[in-house]
Design a protein around this ligand. Sequence first.
Ligand SMILES: [Zn+2]
Length: 313
Amino acid sequence: MKNGMIVHPGELSKKWIDRLADAGINTLGIHPEGGKDAPKSLERLLGLLRTPEYRALIDYARSRGLEVEYECHAAGYLMDRALFAEHPEYFRMNEAGDRIPDWNFCVSNEDALTLFAKRAAALALNLYGSSKNFYFWMDDGRGIHCQCPKCRALSPSDQQYIALRAALREIRKHIPEARLAYLAYIDTIQPPTIARSEDGLFLEYAPFEKYTAKGEDSAIRIERERGMIAPLLKYFGGEDAKVLEYWYDNSLFSNWKKPPARFSLNADAMSRDIRDYRAMGFDRISTFACFLGNDYEELYGEVDVMPFAKAFE
Ligand SMILES: [Zn+2]
């Protein structure tokens, strides 16, 4: 069983690494901030990964037995927006029928797909100390897929699948055992409709809407969640299937605005969720744990990760 916590790049410290390792948590996730500036935060992470100081931190995490994973919204970085002036056809068409370099790209354009895949391979090779599991998510949002005449018949899930399949083929030329996450959340929560071939993709399920759907009866929610997960597991299989949760996501609970809010854990709900996910066949479970770095500690003291570790006993 793999369990992990995910922090922002600037929050990583020796203390965080020791906290995870001492608790018996075995995976460290690093997540550059998402949203509109995701390409810039990924660039900043790559800058950090070139420094001896940050590499020493990653080495230290690995020496303490942690697997290191980088989880990022990568489409905006992988498809450079600066190409729009010369190649508008690489970019998505919005509902109004205009090509626009805001989010994602046109997966029916072969040149765009090739470029995206080659950049993905270069990115994989630059993620210092990474495990063989990669997380190059499409951009973050709803209704931000391509609606050109060729893509229109493809759902957001299909478009993500096509982009990732091409990326992983290219990554595997350099890292043969690489696997790539299909992120199921918001409008990619339905499995793709394209027939699946052996492609090295694994399911990563993120129940983001559990936290944004207010006032819903929890029994109804759980039934609805099971109804969403079953077809995904059927499509991708259970091997390496992963849950990306928010139990410790103090960035979400702070509405992504600093200073961080005081974090309080719903330990009962977390334990119940972990039991349910394991019963469904997930064998890897991570939670965001952002906005709990040094600035948080100065305000409120150190976060306790033991309830998360203990929920797996
Ligand atoms: Zn298109």
